[in-house]
Design a protein around this ligand. Structure first.
Ligand code: RP5
Length: 188
């Protein structure tokens, strides 16, 4: 299958396009896809690189209007120009996820992603897994502006998180720190 046909075969209508610079980014970015899945948001993931497949990346970005794409999530590690490159071709909101690859702990990717010149915004989240999850949640928050069902799901998601912290705190008060830490180490 050629690169061109791979893009043409993509699902027709999606709300969120996730683009990763390499398949080595997928283990972390799977979390973004899973979060969108959990909220029932139509999306797809494509491997396209600002440096290795520049033409294909431009073709993909050009397809956003006909695909109905509303938010783009772009994740890359080394020399992370992916989000910025996509942002330069579209006025859709682009959320950039800097990833930890190479020897600099992701700081290089963070700076490459966040330090855009004025006029071409990339909404940048944290490095790595937290950023992957927050990119998806941020995209859902944008979509929720016009989809009330998603607002309800976001509120339920927040409540679930708060309940989980409250449960942990109750257990901590019951067991004390030493036993709680031992139990967590044993069972996760
Ligand atoms: C970036 O270079 C990719 O997004 C990836 O994070 C990094 C390394 O890519 P691989 O060499 O693992 O394919 O463009």
């Amino acid at each position: 299958m050629t690169d061109q046909s791979r893009i043409k075969n993509a699902k027709s209508k999606i709300d969120v396009a996730i683009v990763v610079g390499s398949d080595s980014d997928l283990p972390v970015m799977a979390r973004a896809a899973e979060t969108l899945e959990e909220f029932g948001v139509p999306h797809e993931v494509q491997i396209l690189s600002a440096h290795r497949t520049p033409q294909l990346l431009e073709e993909y970005a050009a397809s956003f209007p006909e695909r109905g794409v509303k938010v783009v999530i772009a994740a890359a590690g080394s020399a992370a120009h992916l989000a910025g490159k996509i942002a330069s071709t579209t006025t859709l909101p682009v959320i950039g996820v800097p990833l930890e690859t190479g020897g600099l702990g992701g700081l290089d990717a963070l700076l490459s992603t966040v330090q855009m010149p004025g006029g071409i915004p990339v909404l940048t989240v944290a490095i790595g897994p937290a950023g992957a999850a927050n990119a998806a949640l941020g995209a859902i928050e944008i979509l929720a502006l016009s989809q009330p069902k998603l607002s309800e799901k976001l509120a339920a998601h927040r409540k679930k998180m708060a309940d989980s912290v409250a449960r942990k705190n109750a257990e901590l008060q019951q067991l004390g720190v030493a036993k709680y830490v031992r139990k967590k180490a044993a069972h996760g």
